[in-house]
Design a protein around this ligand. Structure first.
Ligand code: UDP
Ligand code: MG
Length: 322
């Protein structure tokens, strides 16, 4: 009789040829120590290096490994979602390939899950070997996001987390395309807790999250969970209307009294530039929302799978989405 899978470990991969072997070794070691049945799902998000070949070699030797190859790069959040869609474990763990999230922390997550928690997220107590820019922007962003939303998205957490099967099923039933998975997990609720860990330096290679991808993810987070950026336009519009009205009265009084001359051409021009700037910024903000509505309305799948290596029977969600 086939044994039931207890743990599914999902590892998104984008050009990770330098880390994948070590990553596999460490993950395997940790999962073997659980003495329970597990599967490791590597999702190759359109890598153009030797990632696919290396994981294929691993798959040949180890049937507990599955490899999902995307037809192109669809992004980290899509890769995580694909992993969840095909996962069968009772607990699902998402972990980065570059060993910045230490695999050993998964054992602490499993312990909490066995205590009855449905979601155990990794909280970064400290970040090693990352640039000041990355640390500063991440820290500021998490706090800004928290201040904007009514959903309690914990600060300093990424996608390194364990979720129970019922949370995973609820999560994959959410249809949205521009996914901010960590926010969606918070939105779902259930019984959540955290384990603290020190985020390590990347084992090898460079970050696969250049500024452009970081900004996209940051906007996905904000637009998925808050209308505040749109409302700020309202407030600023109201304020400038008020200031405009007061200065209009000031100009009339100035004309009558003729002893004040604050409204020179330079002043008027700079006010104009500021106002035009603000208008364009807010058109851009609206564009961020409208673009996402457009994406949703097209109803294209979140990702396209080229092939699956060591494919076992797949979860229902995968069949529905693909
Ligand atoms: N990743 C991915 N698709 C992408 C970018 C990244 O699957 O388009 C994977 C990457 O291989 C890694 C994880 O997502 O396993 C996190 O990426 P990375 O470590 O480069 O991000 P950082 O830790 O620098 O924020
Ligand atoms: Mg990393």
């Amino acid at each position: 009789m086939k044994k039931e899978i207890i743990y599914s470990v999902i590892v998104p991969l984008f050009n990770e040829e330098l880390v994948i072997r070590e990553s596999y070794r460490r993950l395997k070691e940790v999962m073997e120590s659980t003495k329970e049945v597990y599967e490791i799902i590597f999702v190759n998000d359109g890598s153009i290096d030797k990632t696919e070949k290396i994981v294929e070699e691993i798959c040949e030797l180890d049937s507990s490994i599955e490899l999902v190859n995307f037809s192109r790069n669809f992004g980290h959040q899509a890769a995580i979602t694909a992993g969840m869609d095909i996962s069968k474990g009772k607990a699902v763990i998402v972990i980065d390939a570059d060993l910045q999230d230490p695999p050993e922390v998964m054992l602490e997550m499993i312990k909490k899950w066995k205590e009855g928690y449905d979601v155990v997220y990794g909280k970064r107590a400290k970040r090693e070997g990352e640039t000041f820019f990355k640390k500063f922007t991440a820290k500021t962003y998490y706090r800004l996001l928290k201040s904007m939303t009514t959903v309690d998205i914990p600060v300093d957490t990424g996608d390194f987390r364990l979720i129970d099967r019922r949370v995973c099923d609820a999560l994959i039933s959410l249809p949205e395309k521009n996914r901010f998975v960590r926010g969606l997990v918070s939105w779902l609720g259930f019984n959540q807790t955290s384990v603290e860990f020190v985020r390590q330096e990347r084992f090898a290679g460079e970050t696969k999250y250049p500024l452009k991808k970081m900004l996209k993810l940051a906007f996905d987070g904000v637009t998925s969970f808050s209308f505040k950026p749109l409302m700020i336009a309202n407030y600023i519009g109201g304020l400038s209307l008020f200031i405009g009205f007061v200065s209009f009265i000031g100009v009339i009084i100035n004309d009558i009294v003729k002893n004040l001359n604050i409204l020179n051409l330079g002043f008027v021009l700079s006010i104009n530039l500021i106002m035009f700037g603000l208008i364009f910024v807010f058109i851009g903000v609206m564009g961020q929302y409208i673009g996402r509505i457009f994406d949703e309305s097209k109803n294209r799948p979140l990702y396209i799978v080229d092939n699956i290596v060591n494919k076992k029977e797949v979860n229902k969600a995968y069949e529905i989405r693909s």
